[in-house]
Design a protein around this ligand. Structure first.
Ligand code: C2E
Ligand code: CA
Ligand code: CA
Ligand code: CA
Length: 280
């Protein structure tokens, strides 16, 4: 019996090795996905709270892997960052988003803005990406202000010379900056001024606890007042209920994003939503 137990132990792959193996396979698939055009952008409406109209959107990456099915970014962005694959992947996201917003602007809404998520790794990598993005805008005859780059507080906190230079290059091209997941990091408020941030996005963890008289309501109100005094617009993320929407409206929040308005949808469906919103 002892012998058998030992054999079984030998056939068993230790959890850490198993995990390393899983990561290798995921990385291989990720690389193939990039070559095989398995990625797609979905778009989530950003609504002007006062009017209820769709005025912007956030591009969110989706991976349609033939065997795995739809893999959510939460499962592969970290690995893409660690492996450096986020650079070509992020370039693809930007190019795709630029093309899409150009189309919506020509077709439906001339002032439409689209947000893309940019990872800290992309801002620490080569200069080339940002230059390629700007060249793409020129080729599409698209003003930089059509695009909003979403970064996290981590980027500002760790911004060395390189990231700083890239943020400045983006701003010089009139590309706007949004501070994502606001309130979850530990960056000081002085960063908002120093980096000339255009939007802050109040993290879902605050918005999801918004009920009348709650501490998070007081926090959100304070963030909104402060942002407005600095000339910064505010987007509330993860709005899921009518009550949250109403509290944000009363607090003077500019924009809302969340399942209560709409989930992220493919481009064709977004086009329909935008059309309806403009007509209504
Ligand atoms: P994020 O930038 O904070 O994006 C918002 C996430 O919240 C999205 O998840 C969105 O689907 C989800 N969401 C929106 N409204 C609601 C709501 O009302 N309730 C709840 N529970 N969730 C809501 P998703 O698409 O799974 O993306 C997760 C994260 O992956 C993003 O968080 C972002 O950090 C990252 N990500 C997504 N696309 C890209 C990309 O193209 N590049 C990079 N670097 N990161 C990306
Ligand atoms: Ca985001
Ligand atoms: Ca600006
Ligand atoms: Ca966010």
């Amino acid at each position: 019996a002892k012998e058998k137990g030992r054999n079984q132990f030998c056939e068993f792959t230790p959890p850490m090795e198993q995990e390393a193996q899983n990561r290798r396979l995921l990385l291989r698939d990720l690389q193939q996905g990039l070559d095989g055009q398995e990625f797609e952008l979905h778009y989530q409406p950003i609504v002007e709270i006062a009017s209820g109209r769709i005025v912007k959107a956030e591009a969110l990456i989706r991976w349609n892997q033939p065997l795995r099915g739809v893999v959510s970014p939460g499962e592969f962005i970290a690995l893409a960052e660690e492996s450096g694959l986020i650079v070509p992947l992020g370039d693809w996201v930007f190019q795709q988003a630029a093309q899409q917003v150009a189309q919506w602007r020509t077709m439906l809404a001339p002032a439409f803005e689209l947000s893309v998520n940019v990872s800290p790794v992309q801002l620490h990598a080569s200069e080339q990406s940002v230059q390629d993005w700007i060249a793409r805008l020129d080729a599409l005859q698209l003003p930089g202000s059509a695009l909003v780059v979403e970064i996290t507080e981590r980027v500002l906190l760790e911004a060395g010379k390189e990231a700083d230079a890239k943020l400045q290059a983006l701003q010089k091209a009139n590309i706007q900056l949004a501070l994502d997941d606001f309130g979850t990091g530990y960056s000081s408020l002085s960063y908002l001024k120093r980096f000339d941030i255009d939007y802050i996005k109040i993290d879902r963890s605050f918005v999801s606890h918004l009920t009348r008289g709650s501490d998070d309501t007081v926090l959100c109100q304070a963030i909104i007042v402060m942002a407005h005094q600095l000339g910064i617009h505010v987007v509330a993320e993860g709005v899921e209920t009518q009550e949250q929407h109403e509290i944000l409206h009363e607090a003077g929040c500019d924009y809302g994003q969340g399942y209560w308005y709409c989930r992220p949808v493919p481009a064709s469906e977004f086009t329909e939503r935008l059309r309806e919103s403009l007509a209504g």
